[in-house]
Write a new protein. Sequence first.
Length: 216
Amino acid sequence: MEGKTAIVFGATGLTGSELVRQLLADGRYSKVKVFVRRHPGPEHEKQIIHVTDIADTDSYRDELTGDDLFICLGTTIKKAGSVKAMEVADRDVPAAIARAASDNGVSSVAVVSSIGADTRSRNYYLRIKGEMEMELAGTGFDRTVIVRPSILLGKRNEFRFGEEAGRVVMKGLKYLLTGRFRKYRGIEARQVAAAMIRLINTNGDSGKIIYESDEL
């Protein structure tokens, strides 16, 4: 299928910016709608930029039209300020976006979660991601893809000490993480982005929606 329209949230982040770059180069897509809080920079003939308050879904609901929805939203406790604020940013907002897009006839969604996501986790971050997955899984898209990357590798526009320390550790442990522990290896953001595009365009097992890091 050619001439599809992609919708992207989180386009200024590590994975989201790589995703947009790859979508713009992908011949299957003629339009890439990008919803951001701030302008991402250079424009492209295929790119349609909507600068808006991402949390206010009603303000841009009518613009959520197209074929494939990609959600790469995520924050940190430092930026959010509290666990409650993280629940809104990492769970409630992605779920609201997905519901609105589904209501508008968007048929597929791919979302970035996290390795270890679990609604029963005592870790607030993993619990929130697990709850977000549960919300997305029940939204009613024809195809739902949830990717669970391990530590993301790549150059961010912002410095995150915890992630940077994790990257150093993961690089050192790379060849020790084998077998069932392979999924804990660090993964390049470009690989995650490429996997999201590939999986949302693959007519595979309709019952499988969650893909662990080593499958990407």
